[in-house]
Design a protein around this ligand. Structure first.
Ligand code: C5P
Length: 237
């Protein structure tokens, strides 16, 4: 069951998948008050976008830093402390027990929430086997979801299709954040498992990450408004 206490506008997280902070700032200005939550990933972060995180937070926006940390516990903990200082709301780490535990401990006392990436969606069973794992994708996702819950992680990144299966494992305390969202009629691009905003909310997603359907729209503001309206309707049913 999706968390109905989150305002609809905050459930839409627009992925700032653009090459430069200047392009990101232009997009944020065009979107104005139609978007309240932004995701900064590798592309923008490594092109000077981390200072934009602080700028957005100071302007009252929420920021999701999709940095997918994974290192020895001490290094993860120090990194998490620095990210908390940027004013971000969400940070991703890979769902290894040591990494999750270090991140959760280091975010104590801040408003930062830790999201765990269970298994990357580009991996299938053969990829896992090649990387030395014995479990299937669904087995490893389930095992890591149980570990994330017991370690006290704040949420998971998963496909909307997985949301239905994960909710009983993780309970209601953890947020489910789902990419692969496509409003009806928009191009799938390279996403293989897509869902409309309304169906994703109905499947139990709390936050929807949307990139190209907003970023590449002729009218990004209208695209964002339409998604928030669909989220609003789905969260009331
Ligand atoms: O353009 P699109 O809506 O497909 O963008 C989705 C965003 O979510 C991208 O920033 C992508 O990196 C991210 N993401 C994803 N699948 C995951 C995790 C993150 O598509 N499993």
């Amino acid at each position: 069951m999706t968390d109905t206490t989150i305002p609809s506008i905050e459930r839409l997280i627009v992925a700032l998948d653009v090459p430069t902070p200047a392009r990101a700032e232009d997009l944020v200005a065009r979107l104005g008050d139609s978007v309240a939550f932004y995701k900064i990933g590798y592309q923008l972060a490594y092109a000077g976008g981390l200072s934009l995180a602080r700028q957005l937070a100071d302007a009252g926006k929420k920021v999701f830093l999709d940095l997918k940390l994974h290192d020895i516990g001490n290094t993860v903990a120090r990194g998490v402390e620095s990210v908390a200082g940027l004013g971000a709301t969400f940070l991703t780490v890979h769902a290894y027990p040591q990494t999750m535990a270090a991140a959760v401990e280091a975010r104590e006392g801040s408003t930062l929430k830790i999201l765990a990436v269970t298994v990357l969606t580009s991996y299938d069973d053969a990829d896992l086997q090649e990387a030395g794992y014995r479990l299937s994708v669904s087995g490893l996702v389930a095992q890591r979801a149980v570990q994330a819950r017991s370690i006290g992680v704040d949420g998971l990144v998963c496909s909307a299709e997985e949301a239905d299966n994960l909710r009983p494992i993780i309970g209601d305390r953890l947020s489910l954040v789902t990419p692969g969202i496509r409003p009806a009629g928009s191009a799938a691009g390279d996403q293989k498992r897509i869902m409309t905003p309304g169906r994703a909310i109905a499947a139990g997603a709390d936050y929807l990450v949307v990139g190209r359907p907003v970023v590449e729209a002729a009218d990004p503001r209208a695209a964002a408004d339409a998604i928030v309206a669909e989220i609003e309707q789905a969260s009331q049913t």
